[in-house]
Design a protein around this ligand. Sequence first.
Ligand SMILES: Cc1cc2nc3c(=O)[nH]c(=O)nc-3n(C[C@H](O)[C@H](O)[C@H](O)COP(=O)(O)OP(=O)(O)OC[C@H]3O[C@@H](n4cnc5c(N)ncnc54)[C@H](O)[C@@H]3O)c2cc1C
Length: 451
Amino acid sequence: MTSYDYDLFTIGAGSGGVRASRMAAAMGARVAVAEERYMGGTCVNVGCIPKKLFAYAGHYADDFDDAVGFGWHRPVPSFDWPTLVANKDKEILRLNGVYERLLAGAGVTVLRARARVLDPHTVEVDGRRISARHILIATGGWPFIPDIPGKELAITSNEAFHLPELPKRVIVVGGGYIAVEFASIFNGIGVDTLLSYRGDCLLKVFDADLGTFLATEMAKKGVRVELRSHIDAIERRGDKLACQFSDGNIVEVDAVLYATGRAPHTAGLGLEEAGVKFAGNGAVIVDEHFQSSVPSIHAIGDVIHRVQLTPVALAEGMVVADRLFGEGQRGVDYRYVATAVFSNPNVGTVGLSEAQARREYPQVEIYRTSFTPLKHRLSGRDESTLMKLVVDKATDRVLGVHMVGAEAGEIIQGFAVALTCGATKRQFDATIGIHPTAAEEFVTMREPVKG
Ligand SMILES: Cc1cc2nc3c(=O)[nH]c(=O)nc-3n(C[C@H](O)[C@H](O)[C@H](O)COP(=O)(O)OP(=O)(O)OC[C@H]3O[C@@H](n4cnc5c(N)ncnc54)[C@H](O)[C@@H]3O)c2cc1C
């Protein structure tokens, strides 16, 4: 029998790689992981965590304004960008340590260097050849900027977390969740913000009502949302960037942030040479067990480009560890993966959009409500909340739950459990609401607005 240095060698200590490595080690495997940049990967360093911390910062502006209607009078507080960045960095450093300790505690060998695959059972790290029975590719994704003149002047979310100075004016390009989140963050902390998206509806992968409603709400808060808008070129003019739009308009700003998608991070990994097959979008092709076209090489997380979310990468990592070293009973069910968008206001969504449901089911009922939350009766803020249920008429099963409004992400998590359990509209109706909350509206919508 061939003997290997390790049972599992993981490339990438991000969300998926760390979880798979820890689980595998806990099951008795000898595991090593290589990380070239930062412990904890995208989520901890330039993704979910710093993004959410920045989103909190952006929300305070609303809170200060809203408090006046409740009797609070204070001088208008000022905002200090370096304080936010430094405090965020401190928290991330703490989390880097947590990840490092979790791996060490599980007995995983951590190599702080870039790794490359040499053949189906060998990797190279720092000029050293290391053999492994299994190799796991968990290298994540990398932001992608379309090829336009001046693209090198633009930044991505990676740099946005470390800007030395807060821009006065910014253009955020894109219509996905990262774009709307950054537009909300910048707008909230006082930056004059234009959101430019070439499509005609934000958040196009979700129910269309969410993107439409969000665009209106973001505009009320001061973000200039421009749809069917495209930048042809970016040029430096003194200390400004001049963006030439296809309609002939030129807009000068301090920073242009492209949030136009993330490509699987596979360049120079040696995978092609080892025989691993890729999809047209650069994703590693894997089967339902996350095995690539090379049996000893598996891949998980953003590099397989299925659902690019941390909890999904974690779930996929656990499936691989269980399959290789455990009982092989686990799987990932992608149907009811709930998603939160930490824009202002938040978006929460789980299950099928109305359009998806209409494609898959002969008769669909839509329940929808929009209202001014109680808080804004006193704050005077012009902000509405949207809630929507998509129901299969034949079985009464709730297929989708969608919301735009405060704490939508927190609210939708519980409904994801209900949908996973196959809840029906009748069961929603039989649930007694919590009063007074926004969430109670989800169990009190009685009349469909569309059959
Ligand atoms: C701005 C932003 C906000 C986000 N917000 C959310 C959110 O709110 N909720 C959510 O669920 N998800 C969010 N995500 C997505 C989430 O971060 C990813 O889905 C998740 O991190 C994917 O995990 P992963 O393990 O596939 O890869 P990653 O976490 O990207 O980890 C990959 C790791 O591999 C390392 N690596 C790459 N190549 C090599 C190599 N050759 N050798 C050694 N190491 C290598 C990288 O340095 C990296 O640390 C966000 C992403 C971004 C960019």
